[in-house]
Design a protein around this ligand. Structure first.
Ligand SMILES: Nc1ncnc2c1ncn2[C@@H]1O[C@H](COP(=O)(O)OP(=O)(O)OP(=O)(O)O)[C@@H](O)[C@H]1O
Length: 236
């Protein structure tokens, strides 16, 4: 689904953000991505949704080396990836319903289906009373839930969520995690970047952890940190 091989990443000659990072996300897997503020979590996600290229090393998405994907192919590949951005990136002049409906409309889904499924999902995330609201009239937590609904509505092959519960209380955070788990059960590969340790410990999924520009893979419930995640994949 996603494979990093010896990836180095820095911005414009700045400090190294990712150093020799190698790992693989198997299809259908569910991982948390943890690390302190500035550890490079968003950068790692950016490389996966074709928002950046590594300085060296290779990133494979859906079995394609991202450096070899033609510009014309990018929109189709991006459509297979649902992204919850840390800053939401909602379209300000569209209602909650229309923001969430957007990926379906782009994919040509029938309007009748959109009118059925989008309100259902918005109700699940607790926004049934806000279908026609513009993002600016909603709280940060409500906007975040629209962003999540938009990312999952098309049942993407890969879901990348950057701090998706950063603006909601624990009760809603757990409910959103259940939503991601449901999506995962239907086949979506999920990677969630988060600072929320209690959430990581509550849900039984392995974690990838960034520290000092290196990636490690931890076992269930984040109990022990083992060898670098890519160790097995490296030659020699
Ligand atoms: N577009 C950019 N240009 C230059 N530097 C950047 C850019 N994006 C991120 N950085 C820098 O890269 C480093 C890693 O940032 P990144 O956002 O990936 O970390 P993070 O782990 O997601 O942090 P947080 O948890 O605070 O969101 C930081 O030092 C940041 O300032």
């Amino acid at each position: 689904m996603v494979r990093f091989e010896n990836v180095f990443m820095r911005y414009d000659g700045g400090p190294v953000i990712l150093r020799d990072v190698s790992f693989e996300l198997e299809p259908g897997s569910f991982h948390f991505l943890t690390g302190g503020s500035g550890a490079g979590k968003s950068t790692l996600l950016r490389l996966m949704y074709l928002g950046a290229r590594p300085v060296s090393g290779r990133v494979h998405l859906f079995d394609r080396d991202i450096s070899k994907i033609r510009r014309s192919e990018r929109p189709a590949m991006r459509r297979r990836v649902g992204v919850v951005f840390q800053d939401f990136r909602l379209i300000p002049h569209l209602s909650a319903l229309d923001n969430v409906a957007l990926p379906l409309r782009i994919a040509g889904t029938r309007e009748a289906l959109i009118r059925e499924h989008v309100p259902e999902l918005l109700a699940w995330v607790g926004l049934s009373g806000h279908l026609d609201a513009l993002p600016a009239t909603l709280s940060g937590g409500q906007q975040q839930r629209i962003a999540i609904a938009r990312a999952v509505i098309g049942r993407p092959s890969l879901l990348l969520a950057d701090e998706p519960t950063g603006n909601v209380d624990d009760r809603i955070a757990i409910r959103l995690l259940y939503l991601f788990e449901e999506l995962n059960k239907m086949g979506t590969t999920v990677l969630i970047a988060t600072h929320n340790e209690s959430l990581v410990r509550r849900f039984d999924h392995p974690r990838l952890h960034l520290e000092g520009a290196r990636l490690t893979r931890a076992t269930v419930r984040g109990a022990t940190v083992s060898a670098p995640a890519g160790a097995a994949a490296r030659p020699g």
